[in-house]
Design a protein around this ligand. Structure first.
Ligand code: ATP
Ligand code: MG
Length: 339
């Protein structure tokens, strides 16, 4: 059996003082296997980032607290590991690519030295000269022209797309086992976005790393991910094979997300925004958190939280009205409320 690179089980994260806690992540379960790309989607505030930050011990505690659940990295329980070991894993075995590249870079250090430093920190025997040479190789790998010359420059001398390439070079410098890209292209324009996605794909192929790609852009996920996790209000609503889920969504929330995503072919009349807003942590609805916005809601949806359960061999869904069929599953409800 293959051991998942990262396995998150029933993870629950709260903010605030005991007794007055707000649940930002509520019983999230998912995992990613070596070499696989998992896409995590969901509206802003659904807990996509907090799940990963908490899993890797990157949230300050207090105010954040993991109140339930477990996280394993290559089969090792991160919660039971001492802080130093977790830091080591995070620095060497996990590469992070965040939305705003400038905040991940040191403004007063040359690009070449920053990449070299990432290597030297985790390999004391390599020496600066070799690390610098490797930095230039990495810059060329992420598609930077004339890397020898650019290595001597500073972050402010680069465009957003170029900076993101540098962040990717640093993220893969130590051949990570896991790459986490949290909205890596959101701050970039569309053409640069496509280039950066290519670089991430190549970086993953070169390192064989398991990759978690967080995005609220379903198009990006469809292009990049083999598996998908759909989050809403701190919970996973649906997960499965990316193509299957996008072609045949079972959860009404997934279907609604797909309906409101613009594509190249869609006209304005074809885009249907989801009515209402995602809930704030302070006013979490009872039952299924999506029920106030769901066009298929029934009485039970307001009173009981649907179990997150397997539907068929490869899908998980949290909806009272999805049932398993020979073809996989389907939504069984009397009628849409606004139909
Ligand atoms: N330090 C914090 N203190 C209190 N609440 C927080 C803190 N960080 C995040 N939250 C809350 O946790 C919830 C989940 O946030 P998270 O950043 O994971 O959302 P997200 O899905 O990544 O959204 P986005 O697409 O905007 O990045 C939100 O309601 C957010 O306001
Ligand atoms: Mg986020």
């Amino acid at each position: 059996m293959v051991v998942p690179t990262l396995s998150i089980k029933d993870l629950t994260v709260s903010f605030g003082k005991p007794g007055r806690e707000l649940l930002a992540v509520n019983g999230v379960t998912y995992d990613v296997q070596p070499g696989e790309t998992l896409g995590v989607v969901g509206e802003s505030g659904s807990g996509k980032s907090v799940t990963l930050l908490a899993a890797l011990g990157l949230l300050p505690s207090p105010p954040a607290r993991i109140s339930r659940g477990s996280v394993e990295f290559q089969g090792r329980d991160l919660a039971r590991m001492d802080a130093k070991k977790v830091r080591q894993i995070r620095g060497k075995d996990v590469g992070f690519i965040f939305q705003e590249p400038l905040t991940s870079l040191n403004p007063v250090m040359t690009i070449g030295d920053q990449i070299a430093e990432a290597i030297v920190v985790h390999d004391q025997n390599i020496g600066w000269q070799k690390a610098r040479a490797r930095a230039v190789e990495l810059m060329s790998l992420v598609g930077m022209p004339d890397p020898e010359r650019l290595a001597k420059q500073y972050p402010h001398e680069f465009s957003g797309g170029m900076r993101q390439r540098i962040v990717i070079a640093i993220a893969i410098a130590n051949n990570p086992k896991l790459l986490i890209a949290d909205e890596p292209t959101t701050a970039l324009d569309v053409t640069v976005q496509a280039q950066i996605l290519d670089v991430i794909r190549e970086a993953q192929e070169k390192t064989g790393a398991a990759t978690i790609l967080v995005s609220h852009d379903l198009g990006v996920i469809a292009q990049m991910a083999s598996k998908i996790v759909v989050m809403y209000a701190g919970r996973v609503m649906e997960a499965g094979d990316a193509e299957d889920v996008l072609e045949n969504p079972l959860h009404p929330y997934t279907a609604a997300l797909i309906e409101c995503a613009p594509t190249m072919e869609s006209e304005l009349k074809d885009i249907h925004p989801i009515p209402g807003q995602s809930p704030s942590l302070m006013e979490m609805p009872s039952g299924c958190p999506f029920h106030p916005r769901c066009r298929y809601r029934q009485d039970v949806c307001a009173s009981r939280v649907p179990a997150y359960r397997a539907i068929g061999s490869d899908r998980h869904v949290a909806c009272h009205f999805v049932e398993e069929t020979a073809e996989g599953g389907r939504l069984v409800v009397p009628a849409a409320i606004d139909a």
